[in-house]
Ligand binder design. Structure first.
Ligand code: ADP
Ligand code: GN1
Ligand code: MG
Length: 356
């Protein structure tokens, strides 16, 4: 079904004047819908490749956003701009299941922007503040009551098992061309289970804290954390780590010229300051010490996932050219190598950020 026929099931303010693909997400199918009355909405079809239980995703999103609205209102914020608002269908349902998957709508948060890359330390410090505040706002929410929308999402050891199987199966016939990259992943396999098995507390985490999943307002302040499909129990190191992976890279995630891909320690520091400024007093010493490992793990896991999707014939991430996933994987691996040289410096930074 086309977005237009889905829109007929909504009672929006004003007639629809335009519908167009929107944003740079790798997973869902996202459209910006505008109406004559000046209304704007985000219509999305969830990726069936990523989410096989969309009703669980929507239950989590519905419950978490309702809870956040209360927290935001109590501190004097604007719940209509600081968290996502689900727009129900005319019949009151919060989503629609079709043969192609699950459709849902959010109010478009206007006057805000997201960044594909951190332009400077101030932007990234603010992103840290935004994602840190998100976890803090959900600190009292009972994590165990949320569904695991993608089972074992950041269980890197389990990802490695799937990766080995994909390399052995070689459905796309691409494995021979990437033996070096496969070896890069396997050489580091002994570390894959070290975060999950560290005995760290489970919290409500976002789990997909890529820089473009936080909207910034016109003053450059973190406004709203979006893309809540993977909010579920997790470790703070996942959230911290995935932001570092995406924002402390001096180049875009799919930059093919690896001489431009570097791990920026000043960016790491900026994010750590923003994030720990919000969460430092709720985290244990072991959690704070786990943050650099989280950065390593999320970068390793993400590179492995891109390479696995390449081996599987590009069935999971949106791609725009045949070697896109391979380019992304190589990019993550280049970043990882630089991170490996900076682990002691990262640890010192997170420990110092707490003392300040
Ligand atoms: P994906 O899972 O594919 O990344 P997202 O939910 O992150 O999908 O949405 C894709 C993009 O759409 C975001 O990066 C953001 O730019 C934009 N977007 C999503 N929801 C909203 C919203 N409510 N208001 C404004 N922009 C949004
Ligand atoms: C996906 O949905 P999006 O584009 O924000 C992916 C993340 C990856 C990221 C890599 C549900 O994030 O796990 O880290 O791409 N989301 C899902 O860019 O798999
Ligand atoms: Mg996204």
């Amino acid at each position: 079904m086309q977005p237009e026929s889905i829109l007929a099931l909504y009672a929006l303010e004003g007639a629809v004047t335009s519908v167009r693909p929107y944003g740079d997400g790798h997973i869902n199918y996202t459209f910006l819908v505008e109406t004559g009355a000046g209304g704007a909405y985000i219509l999305q079809r969830l990726s069936p490749a990523a989410f096989n239980a969309p009703e669980k995703v929507m239950e989590n999103v519905s419950r978490v956003t309702a809870y956040l609205r209360g927290v935001i209102a109590r501190r004097g914020g604007d719940p209509s701009r600081e968290t996502l608002e689900i727009i129900p269908l005319a019949d009151g349902r919060e989503y629609l299941l079709t043969d192609e998957g699950c459709w849902r709508m959010y109010r478009f948060i206007a006057g805000a922007r997201s960044y594909q890359q951190a332009e400077n330390e101030a932007v990234f410090r603010e992103a840290g503040r935004g994602f840190g505040r998100f976890m803090r706002d959900l600190a009292q929410y009972p994590a165990v009551t949320l569904h695991e929308t993608i089972p074992r999402f950041h269980d890197t050891e389990n990802r490695l098992t799937a990766f080995r199987a994909a390399a052995a199966r070689d459905t796309s016939g691409r494995a021979d061309g990437v033996r070096q990259e496969i070896a890069f992943v396997l050489e580091r396999g002994h570390r894959a289970g070290t975060l999950v098995s560290a005995g760290l507390p489970l919290r409500v985490t976002h789990n997909d804290t890529k820089l473009n999943n936080v909207l910034m307002d016109e003053q450059g302040r973190a406004l709203c954390v979006i893309d809540l499909d993977t909010v579920m129990p997790g470790l703070c190191a996942y959230d911290f780590g995935d932001s570092i992976r995406s924002g402390a890279n001096t180049a875009a995630e799919d930059e093919a010229d690896l001489s431009r891909v570097h791990f920026s320690l000043p960016m790491f520091r900026a994010y750590a300051e923003g994030y720990l400024g919000e969460t430092g007093d709720m985290l244990t010493g072991a959690e704070i010490d786990s943050l650099p490992l989280g950065a390593w793990m999320m970068t390793y896991e993400c590179g492995m996932r891109f390479l696995m999707d390449y081996l599987n014939g590009d069935t999971y991430y949106h791609t725009t050219y045949p070697t896109h996933n391979l380019t992304r994987a190589r990019n993550q691996f280049a970043l990882l190598v630089e991170m490996e040289r900076q682990e002691a410096a990262m640890l010192e930074i997170v420990r110092n950020a707490i003392k300040e």
